[in-house]
Design a protein around this ligand. Structure first.
Ligand SMILES: Cc1ncc(COP(=O)(O)O)c(C=O)c1O
Length: 313
């Protein structure tokens, strides 16, 4: 696994990696480690729905901070500082975020570290979509796995990286000041040893799967890019709907007129084109009429949806 990060120019000590059965389990381990009952973790909105369930199962309270869009997505740092309380233990970033597709930028990282250091918080970075950058941006931060300014947990796994969710293997990496890392790693080892959830055959296969990484990743990325550019092309000169710009990941957000609630839009698309969109409220969008569309679907399916009048208007 260190080899995978080395190719990105990120040094990862193999001793700092904890294997899990997936990213969701990695989250659970981290929350068990850093939080007591009713402690709080700050998570971005919009972001993906499983987080609230994972936190509930671990007796942790999620507090939201905002991502704002003005042609690209930014972290609203005021919403982070105003959400911090004595119970806050960590700031979670999803890099790139699902569904906004936004990566954390280098200047945003600096601000995150300042806040985390000031309030003694850990940073958790979920990087399951890291390798799906659709556009280039020099300001984009590489993996948090190479960062040691504050206690940092980096989560990833092969479910998205290799499109293999059923294989059930992921990991978390611990970085940060030595005094925190040693303690965190020994306690994480205890947690992992208690469950022993990843089978040896699966662990042994990881080397084989990681060797397929470039091949599989480039195929999925080609599909994602093709679909995104198709969608963007269709939305050009279209007054009825617009596609928010996507930096990476597997989803696109489509903004529609606020003439009906999300569910009615979803139903409408399903009936008319057999294409399933996800309603924005799944992802805690504050407003109606933001639908989320998967970019990994077959381009022919997408083309069917693009023939709908709403995209032609
Ligand atoms: C941002 C993000 N992190 C983690 C996961 C879960 O990944 P895993 O299958 O490794 O548990 C998902 C699943 O969609 C996701 O969107």
């Amino acid at each position: 696994m260190s080899g995978y990060y080395k190719q990105k120019g990120v040094d990862v000590n193999p001793e700092s990696i904890v294997i899990t059965s997936g990213s969701s389990e990695a989250y659970s381990y981290i929350l068990k480690l850093i939080a007591e009952v009713d402690d709080e973790v700050l998570v971005p909105v919009p972001s993906y729905p499983l987080l609230s369930i994972i936190s509930q199962l671990n007796d942790v309270v999620l507090k939201h901070y905002r991502l704002v869009y003005d042609g690209e997505w930014h972290i609203d740092f005021d919403s982070i500082t105003s959400a911090i309380t004595k119970k806050t233990k960590a700031i979670l970033v999803i890099h790139p975020n699902n569904p906004t597709g936004s990566y954390v930028k280098k200047y945003e990282y600096k601000m995150l570290v300042e806040i985390a250091a000031k309030y003694n918080l850990a940073i958790i970075s979920d990087e399951v979509f890291l390798d799906y950058a659709i556009t280039d941006n020099e300001q984009r931060l590489e993996s948090f796995a190479g960062k040691s300014d504050v206690l940092t947990f980096t989560i990833s796994g092969i479910s998205k990286m290799l499109g293999l969710p059923q294989m059930k293997i992921g990991w978390l990496i611990v970085n940060g000041p030595q005094k925190y890392c040693v303690d965190a790693l020994s306690r994480l080892e205890m947690i992992a040893d208690t469950y022993l959830s990843v089978s040896i055959p699966v662990q042994n296969s990881l080397r084989y799967w990681l060797n397929q990484f470039h091949h599989i990743n480039s195929k999925i990325l080609d599909r994602v890019k093709q679909n995104y550019f198709l969608l963007q092309g269709a939305s050009k000169n279209n007054v009825a709907s617009s596609v928010l710009s996507v930096e990476g990941g597997w989803n696109a957000i489509i903004k529609l007129p606020k003439i009906r609630p999300d569910d009615e839009w979803v139903e409408n698309f399903l009936q008319n084109s057999n294409v399933l969109f996800q309603p924005g409220y799944f992802y805690d969008f504050e407003e109606d009429a933001n639908l989320v569309m998967s970019l990994i679907q077959h381009p022919e399916v997408l083309e069917t949806a693009l023939n709908l009048s709403i995209f032609k208007a």
